[in-house]
Design a protein around this ligand. Structure first.
Ligand code: ZN
Length: 456
């Protein structure tokens, strides 16, 4: 153990060096090219990572540009998978520093991908290296899998699994500690209907790009005059809604609803601007599908108005997000993103939706993912919690998420790290950074976990 800890203490400079170089590659998904199914920058990131791993003495493979792996121990003997990803989401606005500059400031290294998920990837790589350098014998293979398409559909892991390569068991440091052993099921629902012909004359609504995003802003154009504007502004005050009205040309009023954007899996910390807009439209006398959506969804995110509210002790409550709403004279299109508890049945949820929304609204399941759960007393979870507790002194605890990680690509997989419970949420945000001390602790935790799960 002393040897291992000494080896890890020496790795701080390597950590900063490797992570800086990986972060400087803007590995956003782009058009495919030969050997680069997710674009040339993602290919460059994968090749750089594999070259670094090879320099550290590991056996590496590039799986046709979809993913790579880094292996040690008795190869192909019931591998322990550690699943990370090298692709990143776009930098977006609001950065104080170059998002691909890997700027070092005190204990922090700033840049897109530093925490999601290149920092954890480097920590896992160096944990394997430390175990190897300390000469710890292994009874099974340890395999770091470097994914290239986590952010946009996980086609990388489908490809990797289709080659017959996916390990049976393992963990993914792409969320937070302690252990996330439950991921809710996910339903993406599309709603379609002809436009309403009576009630308030709504001209158009066009809100939202992605089903899994809670929109922070929503606008509608409705036919009306200055009196309508005044009415909206009065109602907004009475109903405590952040909706404003202004004239937008001859006899057209624009309603602007301001909420707080967020991720569909975590609605508690957001405020859906579409829901707020619908409540205002209903107060103004809207009919048809928009009234139904106001009645059945509105600003609720627990599914109660849709008859699908449920919860279980493993997973926590169902969540529901109205992410897209388009409406004009030709009809209405909307999407719901539902994250449901492990013990709920998705067929029953869809059945309840149809019953609540009525015959006029066509309900289609656009995507579905089953829930994922690993028992908290399994050897995998027990070993990971022990490693976490031993290295940090913190409580052993399993948690549930509405999000989805690579963990669900493994028969027995959990998310493990790399953020600590008190850390601020940085993934996909402007100003994303990783703490070097935090990553050093990650290395100690992962090395300990590797010894417990794969040590001879
Ligand atoms: Zn990630």
């Amino acid at each position: 153990m002393t040897d291992l800890n000494n080896v890890i203490e020496e790795l701080r400079e390597s950590l900063i060096d490797i992570l800086s170089r990986w972060v400087s590659i803007p590995s956003l998904k782009a058009d495919p090219a030969p050997g680069a199914p997710y674009g040339l920058e993602v290919k460059r990131a994968l090749e750089a990572a594999l070259a670094d791993a090879q320099k550290l003495g590991f056996d590496v493979r590039n799986i046709d540009g979809h993913a790579g792996d880094v292996r040690m121990g008795p190869l192909d003997k019931d591998p322990l998978g550690i699943l990370v990803h090298l692709d990143v989401v776009p930098a977006g606005d609001g950065w104080q520093v170059d998002p691909f500059g890997a700027v070092l400031e005190g204990d922090r290294i700033y840049g897109r991908g530093t925490s999601d998920d290149k920092g954890p990837a480097v920590a896992a790589l160096l944990a394997m290296y430390a175990v190897k350098q300390a000469g710890i014998p292994l009874s099974r293979e340890v395999r770091l899998i470097l994914g290239c398409d986590e952010e946009t559909g996980m086609d990388d892991m489908k490809y990797y699994a289709a080659q017959g390569l996916m390990p049976r068991t393992g963990f993914s440091p792409d969320a937070s500690f302690p252990v996330i052993n439950t991921e809710k099921g996910m339903l993406q629902i599309q709603l379609r209907t002809p436009a309403a012909s009576d009630g308030l004359p709504v001209k158009s609504i066009d809100v939202g790009q992605r089903t899994n995003v809670i929109p922070g802003m929503a606008t509608a154009l409705i036919h009306g005059d200055g009196l309508l504007c005044a009415k909206v502004n009065r109602l907004a005050g009475d109903m405590h809604l952040q909706v404003e009205a202004e004239m937008a040309g001859d006899s057209l009023v624009r309603l602007t609803s301001t909420g707080i954007s967020g991720h569909a899996a975590y609605p508690e910390s957001a405020r859906n601007a579409i829901g707020q807009l619908l409540l205002m439209l209903r107060a103004l006398g809207v009919a048809g599908v928009l009234k139904t959506l106001a009645d059945c969804v509105g600003m609720e995110y627990d599914g109660s108005g849709l008859g699908v509210k449920c919860t279980d002790a493993l997973s926590g409550p169902l969540t529901c997000n109205l992410g897209i709403l388009r409406y004009d004279k030709d009809g209405c299109f909307a999407t719901l993103d539902i994250r449901y508890p492990v013990l709920a049945y998705h067929e029953r949820i869809v059945h309840s939706l149809r019953a609540a929304l009525g015959e006029d609204i066509q309900v289609t399941v656009a995507a579905h993912k089953d829930p994922h759960h690993v028992p908290p007393n399994s050897p995998l979870v027990t070993a990971l919690l022990d490693a976490y507790h031993e290295e940090t002194g913190r409580d052993r605890e399993c948690i549930s998420t509405g999000g989805g990680t690579y963990a669900r690509c493994l028969g027995e997989g959990v998310a493990f790290g790399s953020a600590f419970p008190e850390d601020e949420e940085l993934a996909h945000q402007a100003g994303e950074y990783a703490s070097i001390d935090g990553l050093m602790t990650n290395i100690r935790i992962f090395a300990n976990a590797i010894m417990k799960l794969a040590g001879a």
